[in-house]
Write a protein that binds this ligand. Structure first.
Ligand SMILES: [Zn+2]
Length: 412
């Protein structure tokens, strides 16, 4: 049998203002006017929640795919003097920087003294997510729930230590974003790092390396007319990238970092390293490519899984051309044949405007699925951002004059 708590209580408020008190009491479900009680500066020995205990009713440690809803929603039982307490407000707070969220941040305990966060959705990054259950306004020990994303995809940067900490954090987030979207290990490759680096036109110590993912040499150097360039530089026998390189324009790193846009730029360049636009020809997925000899080409990406994602959003846009349209515009010289056609797709991670980069363009299920079409990646579409095509009447105006014309590195 549950214990219904008497609600004539006050909160110990040494040094706290009235507003704080009102908020705390409201958060705890205390009636607005509890009536006369003990003097405000006296801790109330009658506070029924002083001796409350929070007891988890679901697993404290879980795992799941990035972007998924965890199997067991965080839940706690409130016990007062060993008895379940009904009608108590429990707070649930998602405490991560990667977009995890609970659907309920305040819940009342039921007749069994139990409250839950209803649903807990992990963010799109490969990370450990945390939700804390507490009794707001009390010193009662909170309960911490953790969920780690599952991904066997090893994506490692070499050279990131040369960037300042704030920039490095955004580079790290870009790495975690792709580890949320790609989840498999690739065939093992081994050798000395300097040998691979030389192929990639970079320098590295001659240490032995063995890995089953993608290792990327990253540097900041002056670039002409581009914010960044990226591409694979060592491929395995199955065509998958083993090493890649990214160059970020040294002149924009500080500005992009300040705007929080370095992450988006790095996600874009790492997309080229993983194969977007760079491995399409070898995989036979780029059709009707544009070239000086074929100026009227209408290039498109022919991968079935990415196309299915494109078709799912095409109807709303009114677009009736080839699927999936790839950049063909002469004004975007370096972007031709290697990015989604911005005039149709609009703002998306793998189309290329400087303006949309600052606004964190969505990483679509289409781009993630296009990696699966290459044949060696296992992908997680739950890690995609919501996205849609602009309507056709707006499509002509989509290409911005400030597109940075990213030209991926060619495979050596
Ligand atoms: Zn690009």
């Amino acid at each position: 049998m549950s214990t219904r708590l008497p609600w004539l209580l006050t909160v110990s408020l040494l040094g706290a203002g009235c507003t704080d008190r009102a908020l705390e009491e409201e958060a705890r479900g205390v009636p607005a006017d509890p009536g006369p009680g003990p003097p405000e500066d006296t801790p109330d020995p009658e506070d029924p929640l002083r001796n409350a205990v929070l007891e988890p009713t679901t697993a404290l440690q879980q795992s799941g795919l990035a972007g998924s809803i965890v199997a067991a929603t965080p839940g706690v039982r409130v016990l007062v003097d060993g008895h379940p307490a009904a009608g108590v407000t429990v707070g649930f707070e998602s405490q991560d920087d990667y977009g995890g969220a609970v659907s309920v941040t305040r819940a009342q305990t039921d007749a069994d003294g139990v409250a839950t966060a209803q649903t807990w959705e992990l963010g799109p990054y490969h990370a450990t997510y945390v939700v804390v259950a507490s009794l707001p306004g009390t010193d009662v020990e909170p309960v911490e729930f953790r969920a780690a994303t599952t991904s066997a995809f090893e994506l490692v940067l070499h050279g990131a230590e040369a960037f300042d900490p704030q920039s490095r954090e955004q580079l790290d987030r870009a790495v975690r974003r792709w580890q949320g979207a790609v989840v498999n290990a690739l065939p093992s490759i081994s050798g000395t790092l300097d040998t691979f680096a030389t192929t990639c036109e970079r320098q590295a110590p001659g240490t032995e390396v063995e890995h089953r993912g993608v290792h990327v040499f990253v540097e900041a150097e002056p670039l002409l007319d581009a914010a960044g360039r990226g591409g694979p530089c060592v491929l395995r026998a199955d065509g998958s990238p083993a090493f890649g390189r990214v160059t970020l324009d040294a002149g924009i790193v500080a500005e992009y970092t300040h705007e929080g846009a370095l992450e988006s730029l790095m996600i874009h360049e790492l997309g080229h390293v993983l194969g977007v636009g760079t491995l399409w020809p070898d995989a036979g997925l780029l059709r009707d490519p544009a070239s000086p000899a074929n100026p009227n080409a209408d290039p498109y990406f022919a991968g079935a899984q990415a196309r299915a994602e494109f078709e799912a959003v095409r109807a709303d846009s009114g677009y009736e051309g080839v699927a999936i349209p790839v950049e063909d515009r002469a004004t975007l010289e370096g972007s031709v044949n290697s990015h989604w056609r911005e005039s149709v797709i609009g703002s998306e991670t793998m189309s290329t405007s400087r303006v949309s980069l600052a606004l964190a363009p969505p990483l679509s299920s289409m781009t993630i699925a296009s990696l699966a079409d290459l044949g060696f990646y296992t992908v997680n579409l739950l890690a995609a951002d919501p996205w849609r095509l602009p309507v056709a009447s707006l499509q002509e105006g989509n290409t911005t004059s400030s597109s940075f014309g990213c030209e991926p590195f060619a495979i050596p």
